[in-house]
Design a protein around this ligand. Structure first.
Ligand SMILES: Cc1ncc(COP(=O)(O)O)c(C=O)c1O
Length: 431
């Protein structure tokens, strides 16, 4: 067991004014420091780092591209043509939506894709200067808006599902100040998945109020309750793109393809939005076309394109997945197996799942889940568990109004389930 005095002195040393608001990186640093001082390992559940090696299809293609000399060449701003082509195929194969390769633009991770998308869509129309988050969500996206000087509104969808969600969204959209709606699906941190009816409702509102939906598919097809791994065959990854032309999809190489280190993803801009003229853009740049500004102005100034060799890797993985030669979900399905085991251990020790349902279905098992303990506040729970060698983050930082923690399944090792059980049992006995 950890020396509790050491844990306390490390936490106190951070002088955090409000522990509830401790960021992921602060928890990481606290846990690292305690580990270094005590020689004991935490059961690490705070950070969403992919836990598996990428498939050789990607690394081989990238190595070959490097050997062929792409490192010395600037990539095209709008991306390597083969990746654009394969991304468009991938969207057809796994979402069943048609989009022109032109609108499939490689980015340095979804992170850059959301930043650039917020930026351009926030400049389209002076009256629409606010992004609407369907929370809980990925906290860094709000930091992006802070950096950009854009406003945001948000609500916790915990009590708004089905028709209530659509009504709630409409109450914001009616005001006329919203440029984007953003959510992740499956959701970080809660792992909820929007239903087809909810996506249809969101799509219809986006069309009616002329707003762009940014659908963050960082955990593409990772709702393991269904097998979404078969190309050009139902079931498909559910998407708002089926219900509106006002969409931007953010597809990341990081989680589904375990390619986080190379910072690669694709921003998929609908054909309609890509070519749409916005007066706000024309006033600022003289050119008013969304896609042109996104690529030739914004990506140009941000990073002048995306790592050349990584584009070859993602392109090869998309191609193999579309050709039915590579099941990209096979390895990452293990996150779901881990979640099932971890949830059971938490529940056996008096914890409950906070976001537990997708309307009438139990939430799936995947990369994250959320836990609460009795009526303990999220920050207090996060603080206390650190003394028992368990690190996770409070839901507070994610825009959630619920009390509890986000647990990430990516780091747990096979030999740590027993440790988790022992530590949670000890915690439960003393709390
Ligand atoms: C919801 C969500 N969006 C985006 C990202 C970032 O993706 P990328 O690594 O492609 O920038 C993450 C990573 O944790 C995430 O959870």
């Amino acid at each position: 067991m950890l020396d509790k005095n050491v844990v306390k002195s490390v936490i106190d040393g951070f002088h955090l004014p409000d522990f509830n608001k401790a960021t992921i990186r602060e928890i990481v640093t606290i846990a690292n420091k305690v580990e270094a001082l005590t020689g004991e390992k935490y059961v690490r559940m705070e950070m969403g780092v992919p836990g598996f090696a990428p498939d050789k299809i990607g690394t081989k293609a990238e190595i070959e591209a490097l050997q062929a000399g792409v490192a010395s060449k600037y990539p095209m701003l709008d991306g390597h043509p083969e990746l654009k082509k394969q991304a468009s195929r991938f969207v057809k194969a796994f979402i069943d939506v048609d989009v022109n390769p032109e609108g499939c633009v490689p980015v340095s991770g979804s992170m850059q894709g959301t930043y650039a998308s917020f930026l351009v869509s926030g400049q389209c129309d002076k009256k629409k200067d606010t992004v609407l988050f369907i929370d809980p969500g990925f906290p860094v996206q709000k930091t992006q808006l802070l950096v950009l000087g854009l406003k945001y509104e948000s609500f916790d969808m915990y009590q708004y599902r089905g028709k209530d969600l659509i009504d709630k969204l409409e109450s914001y959209l009616k005001k006329g100040n919203i440029c984007n709606i953003i959510y992740s699906n499956p959701n970080n941190p809660s792992w909820f998945c929007l239903t087809e009816e909810e996506l249809k409702g969101i799509g219809e509102l986006a069309t009616k109020y002329d707003v762009i939906v940014m659908e963050d598919l960082a955990y593409f097809a990772m709702d393991f309750r269904k097998d979404l791994s078969k190309p050009f065959q139902a079931p498909f990854q559910p998407s708002v793109a089926k219900y509106t032309d006002n969409y931007i999809l953010l597809i990341s190489g990081s989680k589904a393809f375990s390619y986080a280190g190379q910072r690669i993803g694709v921003t998929v801009i609908s054909d309609k939005i890509f070519h749409r003229f916005y007066q706000g853009l024309a006033d600022r740049y003289t050119i008013g076309e969304f896609g042109v500004i996104f690529v030739n102005r914004i990506l140009y100034v941000l990073s002048s394109g995306t790592s050349h060799s990584a584009q070859y890797a993602l392109s090869a993985m998309f191609k193999a997945a579309c050709d039915g030669e590579y099941n990209f979900l096979e390895t990452v399905r293990e996150y779901g197996n881990r979640a099932a085991k971890m949830k059971k251990i938490f529940m056996d020790n008096g914890f409950h799942i906070v976001y537990d349902k997708d309307i009438d279905k139990n939430i799936g098992d995947g990369f994250y889940f959320t836990v609460g303990y009795k009526d303990m506040k999220g920050g207090e729970l996060m603080y206390k568990l650190l003394f028992y060698g368990i690190s996770a983050i409070s839901l507070d930082t994610t825009g959630s109004k619920q009390q509890g923690l986000r647990v990430c399944t990516s780091f747990i090792q096979d030999n740590q389930y027993d440790v988790l059980q022992t530590r949670l049992a000890e915690f439960a006995k003393e709390n």
